[in-house]
Design a protein around this ligand. Structure first.
Ligand SMILES: Nc1ncnc2c1ncn2[C@@H]1O[C@H](COP(=O)(O)OP(=O)(O)OP(=O)(O)O)[C@@H](O)[C@H]1O
Length: 266
């Protein structure tokens, strides 16, 4: 059984942040005593007010930025291990595509960086484009695509290497509401097919509840986790879930937690 089909309490641990602190030059304490465990198959949203350190937490998980103190440990490593490039896929708010390259070449990029010839991974590139619904646009250039389509390319590029963990930093924040709903639905369908683990940063209570099985609420100054809400509603979630009393109840709980987080920061 893929881990995300297992009950939350029974999934193997993937990643643990323990008492992580990040202080930037100039003395800004972005995170202090940040504790978070992510298990294989989890869809975890980091929800919190602006400046509470959500993006900093993601950057620390990538290993491109180091904590000032505390530990970030990965299952199966002794704690000091470097992440293999195939272990992480990252999607940002801006799709950050190469404008001069066709869709298929943008998606091929993570392999090209590793020196893998296109012929060897052509099938993987086309398969992931099919999964995000863009197989007909494989030869298009980014300028020919809508904002939502560019984001799909960015997601395809993050998924093409089949990473253990996908990090998403407000990927849909710049999109209109209808496109955002559609991409939320499609992201869950993709997860259903691929079974990946996701850490998803968002400001949106509605988005976090719709997507996640765990909503982790953070407070600012200093940034840290203050509450966690388990969304115990079955996947695959549909429009019926989006309009259900159950969804409204979870949104109310998450919204109250966010108010407490903001109140703590005031
Ligand atoms: N490179 C940096 N140098 C100094 N301060 C920084 C740096 N990066 C982030 N910060 C500060 O650290 C704090 C946390 O920033 P971060 O971007 O992680 O928050 P966030 O929750 O993702 O915010 P938002 O939701 O607005 O994107 C903020 O006060 C920010 O100004």
């Amino acid at each position: 059984m893929t881990p995300f089909r297992q009950p939350l309490g029974q999934r193997p641990e993937l990643l643990r942040m323990a008492q992580v602190e990040k202080t930037f030059h100039g003395g800004v304490i972005a995170l202090r005593n940040m504790n978070l465990t992510v298990n294989e198959g989890d869809f975890v949203s980091l929800l919190g007010p602006s400046g509470c350190g959500k993006s900093t937490a993601l950057k620390l998980v990538t290993g491109l930025m180091q904590p000032t103190s505390g530990r970030i440990d990965w299952a199966g490593e002794d704690g000091a291990g470097e992440k293999g490039a195939g272990d992480l896929g990252v999607v940002f708010q801006e799709p950050t595509l190469m404008p001069w390259a066709r869709v298929m070449d943008n998606v091929y990029l993570p392999f090209r960086i590793r020196g893998v010839p296109f012929a060897e991974v052509r099938d993987e590139v086309l398969e992931v484009l099919r999964l995000v619904g863009l197989e007909k646009f494989q030869r298009a250039f980014p300028r020919e695509l809508s904002g939502g389509m560019k984001m799909r390319v960015s997601i395809a590029r993050a998924l093409v290497t089949k990473p253990r963990l996908i990090l998403m930093d407000e990927p849909f924040a710049a999109l209109d509401e209808i496109t955002r709903f559609k991409l939320n639905n499609d992201l869950l369908a993709l997860r259903e097919k691929i079974g990946c683990t996701v850490i998803f940063v968002t400001h949106s209570v509605f988005e976090s509840v719709f997507l996640s099985d765990r909503v982790v609420v953070m407070a600012a100054r200093p940034g840290r986790v203050i509450e966690e809400l388990t969304v115990d509603a079955p996947y695959r979630r549909s429009e019926a879930f989006r309009t259900s009393a159950e969804y409204a109840r979870y949104c109310r709980l998450a919204s109250n937690a966010l108010h407490r987080a903001t109140g703590e920061a005031a």
